[in-house]
Write a protein that binds this ligand. Sequence first.
Ligand code: MTE
Ligand code: HPA
Ligand code: MOS
Length: 762
Amino acid sequence: MQEVKNKKIKKDIHLDAPFHVTGKTKYIDDLPELEGTLFAKVFDSSCAHGKLISVDTSKAEELEGVFAILTAKDVPGVNQIGGIIKDEPLLAETDVHFMGQPVALVLAESEEIAHEATALIHAEYEQLEVIVDPKEAYAKGSMLSNSRTFSLGSPDSAFAECAHVFEGKADSGGQEHLYLETQGAYAIPRDQGGILVESSTQGPTAVQRVVAAVLGLEMSKIEVNVNRIGGGFGGKEDQASLWAGLAALGCFVTGRPVKLILERHEDLRMTGKRHPYRSDYKIGLDKDLNIVAFEASFFQNGGGAADLSTAVLERTLFHGTNSYFVPNVRMTAHPCKTHIAPNTAFRGFGGPQGMFVMEAAIHHAARELGVSPWGIQKKNLLRDGNEFSYGQIVENSEANRCWDQAHGDFDFLKMVEEVEEYNHSQSLSKKGLAIMPICFGISFTNTPMNNARALVHVYGDGSVGVSTGAVEMGQGVNTKMVQVAALMFGLPYDRIRLETTNTSRVANTSPSAASATADLNGRALQDACRQILERLVPLAAELLGGADEKQISFSNEMVFLDGNPTELSWDDLVAKALLLRLNMSAKGHYSTPVIHFDKEKEKGHPFAYHVYGTSIFEVTVDCIRGTYDIDSVKIVHDFGSSMNKAVDLGQIEGGLVQGIGWMTLEDLQYDKQGRLRSHTLANYKIPDVYSIPEDIQVKFLNTDHDNLAILRSKAVGEPPLMYGIGAYFALTNAILAFNPNANIPYDAPMTTEKILMALYSA
Ligand code: MTE
Ligand code: HPA
Ligand code: MOS
């Protein structure tokens, strides 16, 4: 305790880092196995679409060490895990709708035996037509839900008056989450019929709801505990529930602890990914290059069940005009049902797919008109008072400030000159530039989800225990929660213990997602701390001889009066409070004010605020090989007033590189039978240390407007992913410097193969 007192507070650190790099951090698979634990393996469908005729488990059951094999008929509650639409069974019952869909669950004394047993199970299917393309699905009426349209102004008459109108197509591929920790859960029987589920999930309450439903129990019987997860990126917002549901089913039926951890290849094969999109656009500009009208149709490849597709679809519409003001808009999005694994949340949540189409349309217009894309981009950036297609009015737009600062700080004009010079002097290597501005709305687009709770205990020795609904997945939310509590109580970080995320301590949580976790849970935590302080302050004032309560504050583990330290320490004050039988625990709550959205009218004010930024990309393409380097990415990002620059910078760099991967390397391929061909890390490439841009510079645009962010520190989790779109267009521009007539369909990712073909196309 003594050494703690004099410790300097270093603000900009990720508190988990020392434990991660020394291998001490614990994940589910590190939990000690309880005696009697059974190991689960999933037998999954080898048919992408068909009737399930029969499942023969008899041979597998004979294998020594196999304890039980469960199928749909063993589900005691409802065999249904769909979160938004009830269209996904826990275990296939009458039909299958994607390869990798769970059909049976093997429970055995070891993982190896369970694995062996799955090979002895045989299922028969009656094959039905397989669709993997969303436009084909749409044409055939294979839909997950209804289409949605956002509109503003009068696009039809506006197009008629435009000086320039361009139409085209823009497709983007899916993306594998590739969290380091694969999906998994460990279900443990508790007395009196309860079950504890240790889950690698972003949504503990979603897991609790699904487990309760499939077991036919009330939610109160199920406790879900999350220590932390080894990455989620959206892949565990909803899709952790399936594996937790299966482990809990095994536990319920056998009365033994059941552990189910996916191997990497199983995870790649069986879980959904970012939605691939195919889109059509039409953009209209006036003679001064103002974007006057925009129209788009988005065909979302949803996969075999709805999962979060309808919510993702909505965010595509919200972000379909990126950071530009377009007065006349009509955008329609179609959630198409195909027969690949149900696609799901992935950093940006449909926003990136929408923004790619807008950027493609601008690029197309610029190419046809012989002007630079950045000329059009700059002209149309959002200004205060502009209206988004969904009715929210732009306030505190930082679009122009980010853009202007990026141009100034990084001397963009000089970059343009140097690239032109380079391209003049080199014939077999060309450079390309692109600017990618972003604007991302912060809040769950589904308004009711924007709330959180926190539980705080001040213990007798003055130390503090904090529980919130936030799940730590590497993004640093635990560090931010420690910071919030430390600031409220005037304590150093190491006197705050951040507890696991547990549904028995903090109930009815929204998933840790939408970049809003620190905002929502941080505000709830402040509320809880405030309640405790309201009980302590009068006592402190009394102990200080009847001082004015308004003069009391807390800092350096001491009570301050009028800004100066007193003799009264935090620990002594707490000890005294307990003798006086004061309540040193509190439950805080927060729900975002202001926001609302009317899904009938498709209008409202869905976002607490927006995050802005501008990135500048420079790339060099080897015009013989089609290979390339991303030379530099220079960013001015709107952090609000960052509460932790190390954590926030890490999010910018990670998001950026993940976005570059989506746009350039990660190429998900499905064959006509619905089989994922890019199913290993040998044939699915993600960014590695060599593909990270040599020069990444990030400037903090500090904006001190009042906003609804925690400590004015804006949400940072998802927005930087969309900077990655700049890589696509910088590569495109380098190709055009080599071959001005190149045929370049807007068809991400821009892989080396596609670059090579474009370089020599006509
Ligand atoms: N960063 C790390 N290291 N690991 C993750 O899984 N997920 C991203 C982002 N950054 C993720 C991450 C996604 S998809 C979201 S929505 C946010 O973090 C969630 O956390 P936040 O709300 O605290 O930003
Ligand atoms: N973003 C991320 N996750 C979500 C959202 C959202 O807007 N809505 C529901 N889940
Ligand atoms: Mo993030 S896609 O909202 O989990």
